[in-house]
Design a protein around this ligand. Sequence first.
Ligand SMILES: Cc1cc2nc3c(=O)[nH]c(=O)nc-3n(C[C@H](O)[C@H](O)[C@H](O)COP(=O)(O)OP(=O)(O)OC[C@H]3O[C@@H](n4cnc5c(N)ncnc54)[C@H](O)[C@@H]3O)c2cc1C
Length: 493
Amino acid sequence: MKLMKKIIIVGSGVGGSGIGALIAKETPHQVHCFEQNNFIGGRCGSYEKKDEKGRIWKLDVGCHVFSTSDKGPIGEILERCGKKIKWSYLDQLFPTLNFMGLDFTFTLQDRKRKKKDFQGLLEEFPDLDPSKYDRITLMDFLDDYFGPDKKNLDKIGFSMAAGVIFGTDPYSTSAGEYLRSMIENVKHLSNGYPYGGTGVIPKAFCDTIKENRGKIFLDGNGRVKRIVVQDNKVAGIEAGPDNEFYEGEIVIANSDIKSTVFKLVGEKYFPKDYLQYISELKWGAQVCSLKIGIDKVLIKEKTLVYVPKMDPDKAKDAFTDIKQSMKDFLENLEIPEFTVLLIVPVSNHDPTLAPEGCQNIHTVTATAVGKIKEWTRDEDKKWEKTCLDTLISLNPEIEDHIILKDFISTSVLATRFGKEGVGTGTAQSTDQVGKLRPKMLSPIKGLYYCSSDVGGWGIGTELAARAALELFQMFKNNNFSNNKLFNNFKANF
Ligand SMILES: Cc1cc2nc3c(=O)[nH]c(=O)nc-3n(C[C@H](O)[C@H](O)[C@H](O)COP(=O)(O)OP(=O)(O)OC[C@H]3O[C@@H](n4cnc5c(N)ncnc54)[C@H](O)[C@@H]3O)c2cc1C
């Protein structure tokens, strides 16, 4: 009989609950997962809110589009846990794009279009080795492919897609990471959304933990105050209202990598060069998310990227000098009147997510790309207004039908879920992907990270799920031995 280890996980996001589920299902080890919120799943969690009639609406914290659904890493973990969930597919390669009033729908048939256009480039993806392009920016790749100052509309399209999926600009996005992710999307054509809301995924993972000797601690009992280190080795954690000590020889932090190092463990336990490295890691874009319930169905698409109308002169400049317009966009931290919105009427995927005849609409926008800002309460309110005004500019009828509203601002995201309010985690820029992706191993024996900040590749939730699959494989390959994994870290950092 193999020896059972006590394994503690800090956070129940996709990375935390995913690795927990794999360990619980496929090994004899005991998993205890701690989550500071009163619901599981972190950025992929779902929560409930009542409208004035007392009807309950299910809302998602963040995520709305799963790039490969059951065909990707999330599907793999679910399958290995013996859990089935139902998916609503988009039946399109990309969300519909409403560009200043014009509709572009990228249907699956569009893939047959000729080369050297937006879809043609996708067609060539399978012939490319993405890792060769890890250190090349998306814009350099596009300039090389299309020619400098040519095909600006396509370049803007690709750049916007990078913004939506990674939260990075085309001058820092890794072309390799972009290609890897797009190849996968084109291969599976299974872009979708889970019935029941995004939270059904971490719930299935947490159920697996509970069904296999594990335990989930939530809310006050689940808040981890400290990861305890003794003799450069993890001893356990302190959690809950009385800072109770829980012993564990392996602690996996799903909490963001910077908070884990600087707050939960503490600087004195790490070598200086490692602290320097962690502090210099760059985040992806900060985001916010407005959710509204309306008493009428007014948006027909399942997923829509909406670029509102802008001043014609500004639009012309954007097309003729992408570099300058991108620079202006990145440097400007003023809150705009209107913004680019990813709009997902989640009840178009699963009608049970809204009362009959109603619509449950989720929207996301970036509040800062390439830098981190501490947004004030007043600024949060302004962002909420920008998101709402933008949505209303898409369909003015919406304004008179709103019966429920909830806004997850960047600062709420930062306080309740960490990562300084970014959407995904550490940026997928040329210097932070592939071999240069932050490692899941740490300089402290027994401390590991598993989230969208470390390891893995891909888009949002799938990045975290891949980290879980990779870390689990690493544990298995090393027989869950902290000594072996520690030596591995020393040899590779
Ligand atoms: C608005 C928005 C929209 C998004 N849209 C998409 C999308 O369309 N598609 C997509 O794939 N991805 C999307 N993402 C990104 C995706 O949600 C994330 O990349 C992914 O869910 C992150 O998972 P994670 O494992 O890194 O952990 P997180 O979700 O960040 O979870 C970390 C967990 O750790 C917990 N924690 C932290 N500290 C402690 C502590 N001390 N004690 C106890 N618990 C702690 C937190 O409460 C949290 O629950 C979106 C994100 C946002 C915010």
